[in-house]
Design a protein around this ligand. Structure first.
Ligand SMILES: Cc1cc2nc3c(=O)[nH]c(=O)nc-3n(C[C@H](O)[C@H](O)[C@H](O)COP(=O)(O)O)c2cc1C
Length: 198
């Protein structure tokens, strides 16, 4: 059983989203579930062009890293959950995350590969109230469209997933409340993966 964390930051290093995602995945691992991170910044890929090719078969007409690397990695049957993590860009997700979401249409069209997997979402914004929850809803919507089971962060924080603030003058490392939501999200995803698939 494995949970994959998708990091939607365009940064290769020093990503605050990656920081939050790692906190969540550590909590998943503490539940006895393996984890892996896919950093979208490590892959050159474009958005969906609606060519329709995947309507008929499990293939994508775009020859890029999504098709050649990310797609095969996500087809692994060991994957029982996903944590979708994005920085907040203009109150929504980053363009990298949006491209990822749209390219995943192929999994829906070919047997609903992600159906019933456990999903959690995490967002990081620089402003204290910069749209973290709105961006989280972008991620929730995409997970629901795949038929995934979307969970909140576990009690006692229990709202919309990992919600972090990178603009904290002392650094995101001191965003204790945000880190707690990330940890509780990972705990909930890990517990549910074990309960449903264990
Ligand atoms: C184009 C752009 C738009 C942004 N829009 C928002 C926003 O609407 N709200 C917010 O709180 N932060 C916004 N930010 C700040 C990022 O969300 C913030 O710096 C975040 O921590 C970046 O995550 P990363 O370090 O993982 O890339 C924006 C940053 C960029 C580059």
């Amino acid at each position: 059983m494995k949970v994959i964390g998708i990091c939607g930051s365009p940064k290769k290093e020093n990503s605050t989203t990656l920081f939050g995602l790692k906190k969540a995945l550590k909590a998943v691992e503490q539940c006895g579930v393996e984890t892996e991170i896919v950093q979208l910044s490590h892959h050159a890929f474009s958005g969906c062009i609606d060519c329709g090719k995947c309507s008929n078969e499990y293939t994508c007409s775009i020859n890029d890293n999504f098709t050649n690397t990310i797609m095969p990695a996500l087809k692994n049957d060991e994957i029982k959950g996903l944590i979708l993590a994005s920085p907040v860009y203009f109150g929504g997700v980053s363009s990298q995350m949006k491209m990822f979401i749209d390219r995943c249409l192929l999994f829906r069209r070919n047997g609903f590969r992600f159906e019933n997997l456990i999903a959690g979402v995490l967002t990081v914004g620089r402003s204290r109230n910069g749209g973290q929850e709105l961006a989280a809803m972008d991620l929730v919507k995409s997970a629901m469209i795949h038929g995934m089971t979307v969970v909140s962060d576990a009690s006692p924080t229990s709202h919309f997933g990992g919600i972090l603030w990178s603009g904290n003058p002392e650094g995101i490392e001191k965003d204790e409340i945000g880190i707690k939501t990330a940890e509780n999200l990972g705990k909930r995803v890990g517990e549910l993966v074990k309960k449903v698939f264990g």
